[in-house]
Design a protein. Sequence first.
Length: 160
Amino acid sequence: MAIKVGDTIPSMKLVMATPEGPKETSTDEIFKGKKVVLFAVPGAFTPTCSAKHLPGFVQNAEAIKAKGVDTIACIAVNDAFVMGAWGKDQGTDGKVTMLADGAAQFAKALGLELDLNARGMGVRSQRYALVAQDGKVTHLAVEAPGGFEVSKAESILAAL
């Protein structure tokens, strides 16, 4: 069953890509007492994710944070080294926190995993964006397969 508005983000460990390298963190650290926009992409360096999804949040970071958002985070089923390199490539420093869900445990915990084994990509995350206040989901936008509309930065900005 997929997470829905009103649900609490599950408590679990994640790895954050930082300029100094991978750093273990937890969903509690990320979400507790904060307003957070979290968006997920099927994979770092993939076409829509690199050309539109992540760049939209980087470009709109200031406007999103002006709406009272403490943290904007991007998560993908990639390792922290890949997420760090992608973040550096996309200029996310100080704008978007890059989170690694290397084994898709977070995606599975939310019920938002995507089986791309037939395409040689393994289990990934569906494309979505959510807003959480103190760990409770207040807005959730999951894309239809192949879609890119409800989870883009402009849509989340409008929902704030």
